[in-house]
Design a protein around this ligand. Structure first.
Ligand SMILES: NC(=O)c1ccc[n+]([C@@H]2O[C@H](COP(=O)([O-])OP(=O)(O)OC[C@H]3O[C@@H](n4cnc5c(N)ncnc54)[C@H](OP(=O)(O)O)[C@@H]3O)[C@@H](O)[C@H]2O)c1
Length: 296
């Protein structure tokens, strides 16, 4: 295993991704303090040696780097600037890295707001889910001050196998949204392939075998595809969180003047799936929603 410089790292938000990132940081020798709005979700990390804080302020006080991994921009603002938020635990060495998937416009505003308090924020969204995070195999994207990223390079190297420095604040979040657009549409494409195969009297697993023997195979068709075909949608990334990302993609596209008709249609489908109660399963459960609507 590689050697990483030990750092005091705070993780705010211990949902599916935050828990996995904190686990990896602990297993690579960092001192980790965590906070989550719903405290019970920090218990597994406490057992592994994380200190559990009562507020984002307490995490900031004790950490050189605070990573925020919460649902959306409102949540990022709340843990940053709310009561007992990160700004109230400010100290000279503090840097914040936001790993939540949010739009680049909000991200820039949040970074500007932090700077009013003398705190540097970089955006550091990632590709890859909890299982890759636990193995240190995420792909990390960075926007913001390069020297702030470089100071904590060993932390990012411990959770990611590749890091792209992309430029000013918001650049990494824009790239992340372009990535998640791929994921959202690919899940729809595999879903409709499975539905088409089934209605044609073909075994959906055979559909995946053929697909995975071609140039058009993807990590999703290889790893998630068989689970989709069997109706297993155990979440590594909730469908409602993917729907939030489609909101962010469509909002950003509109602001930047990009016309993305497929992104708009994809969002309608994911929005309807959330309304119909499919939000708390894996995003690949969009298949279950499409099958339900096709049968009614
Ligand atoms: N899962 C993945 O594969 C993956 C991969 C890349 C990026 N991401 C991104 O990472 C972020 C977290 O995703 P996740 O999969 O970990 O989602 P999740 O399991 O649903 O966790 C969401 C986290 O956000 C917190 N939160 C939500 N609203 C909040 C608020 N108003 N104030 C404070 N905390 C709030 C939740 O706290 P409570 O427990 O109190 O609700 C929880 O810790 C999202 O932006 C997501 O798009 C996820």
């Amino acid at each position: 295993m590689k050697n990483y410089d030990m750092m005091n790292v705070g993780v705010i938000g211990t949902g599916l991704l935050g828990t996995a990132v904190a686990k990896r940081l602990l297993s690579t020798g960092h001192k980790v303090m965590v906070y989550n709005r719903t405290k019970e979700k920090t218990e597994s990390l406490k057992i592994l040696g994380a200190q559990v804080a009562e507020s984002p302020k307490q995490v900031a006080k004790k950490s050189d780097l605070v990573i925020t991994i919460v649902k959306d921009a409102n949540a990022v603002e709340s843990v940053a600037f709310g009561k007992d938020g990160i700004i109230h635990g400010k100290h000279e060495k503090l840097i914040v890295a936001d790993m939540s998937t949010i739009n680049p416009i909000s991200s820039k505003k949040i970074a500007e707001n932090y700077s009013k308090y003398g705190i540097t924020m970089i955006d550091s969204p990632v590709m890859g889910g909890p299982s890759l995070a636990e193995k240190g195999q995420l792909v990390v994207m960075i926007g913001g001050k390069k020297e702030s990223y470089e100071r904590f390079k060993s932390v990012f190297d411990s959770i990611g196998e590749k890091t792209f420095y992309l430029g000013e604040n918001g650049a990494a979040d824009a790239m992340k949204l372009a990535m998640n657009l791929q994921i959202a549409i690919l899940a729809l494409s595999i879903s409709e392939g499975i539905m088409f195969a089934k209605k044609s009297g073909l075994d959906p697993l055979l559909f995946l075998d053929v697909l995975n023997s071609t140039y058009f195979k993807t990590g999703m068709s290889l790893l998630k595809g068989p689970k989709m075909a069997k109706g297993i949608f155990e979440p590594s990334f909730f469908l409602n969180v993917m729907q939030k990302d489609l909101d962010e993609i469509n909002y950003t596209a509109k602001k930047f003047g990009a016309k993305l008709p497929v992104a708009r249609l994809a969002n309608e489908l994911y929005q309807n799936a959330v309304k119909d109660g499919f939000g708390n399963i894996d995003y690949t459960g969009i298949l279950a929603y499409l099958e339900k609507t096709s049968n009614t």
